[in-house]
Design a protein around this ligand. Structure first.
Ligand SMILES: NC(=O)c1ccc[n+]([C@@H]2O[C@H](COP(=O)([O-])OP(=O)(O)OC[C@H]3O[C@@H](n4cnc5c(N)ncnc54)[C@H](OP(=O)(O)O)[C@@H]3O)[C@@H](O)[C@H]2O)c1
Length: 264
């Protein structure tokens, strides 16, 4: 019997956390995958995903750079297959007071979360437009609803993505392409360790399971929803953020994210 290629899903930031779970769900659903992260562990993730019967191409690329995104796009192109699902999930946090942060560190947040993500979506989105088909899931955050004292650049980057996602969705509303924004709250991944926030209240608090968060986001993408906040506590928090003054939200964020605010 002739081999029939499965539809292709692309997941960035798939070496760990929410992205790895999104990729697992896609593999279980019957997608083949191109996955990317900027570390060797992307190969381990690929091995894990192959156990679900998917053909997986793993790309080790720095998606904070245009060259890294081009490398990923070349790998996608080399499959000769159209992208059915794009999950633009790679992202990085950064704790501590803004004036104490290294320029390279906060630029990395902007370059990964905003520039690399938007560049990837544009390149893949243009291919989707030619076929008038495709689904895009962007991992934003409820952090995008509140000024992030002691995580200021990160929250700003997520506010950008939340907004960008709805704008692109509207531009594509008469097309066969859907755009969905997944807005998780604090989730149990490597995020807080990588962001240098393990001594904060939010870093030490009980968090959502990335399995649930990814399932919520994936389902919303398949339903073509505009956005989804994962978890009822986060839904309440984001609803409150819509009516509370920004200064009050920033003060609330300080309590959660100030270095040393966690238990010693
Ligand atoms: N965990 C939370 O509380 C939370 C809440 C709301 C939203 N989010 C968002 O969820 C997404 C996934 O984060 P996570 O919680 O699953 O954290 P995570 O476990 O740290 O995963 C982040 C993923 O992104 C990859 N990545 C980061 N920078 C990259 C770069 N420059 N190039 C390529 N890959 C890069 C990471 O691999 P490498 O860095 O090794 O390459 C990893 O695969 C992020 O966009 C994050 O902002 C997380």
């Amino acid at each position: 019997m002739a081999y029939v290629a499965k539809p292709l899903a692309v997941v960035t930031g798939a070496s760990t956390g929410i992205g790895r779970e999104l990729a697992r769900i896609a593999a279980e659903r019957g997608n083949d995958l191109v996955i990317a992260a900027n570390e060797d562990r992307i190969e381990e993730a690929a091995q894990f995903l192959r156990e679900y019967g998917a053909t997986v191409v793993a790309v080790n690329a720095d998606l904070a750079t245009l060259e890294g995104v081009d490398k990923l796009c070349d790998a996608i192109h080399a499959t000769g297959r159209p992208v059915e699902l794009l999950m633009a999930n790679a992202g990085v946090g950064l704790g501590h007071a803004f004036l104490d942060q290294e320029v390279d560190a906060w630029r990395r947040v902007v370059d990964t979360n905003i520039t690399g993500t938007v560049y990837l979506i544009q390149k893949i989105g243009q291919g989707m437009r030619m076929r008038n088909a495709g689904r895009i899931l962007i991992t934003g955050s409820i952090a995008g609803f509140m000024p992030g004292s002691f995580q200021a650049v990160y929250n700003g980057s997520k506010a950008f993505l939340n907004s960008f996602s709805f704008a692109l969705r509207n531009e594509l509303k008469d097309s066969g392409i859907t755009v969905t924004c997944l807005m998780p709250g604090a989730t149990e991944t490597e995020f807080f360790a990588r962001a240098g926030m393990l001594d904060t209240k939010v870093g030490q608090a009980e968090k959502d399971d990335p399995v649930d968060v990814a399932a919520t986001g994936f389902a919303a993408m398949m339903n073509g929803e505009g956005d989804v906040v994962s978890g009822w506590k986060n839904k309440l928090q984001s609803a409150a953020a819509n009516v509370m003054p920004a200064g009050m939200l920033a003060e609330q964020h300080r309590k959660m994210a100030e270095p040393g605010s966690g238990k010693h």
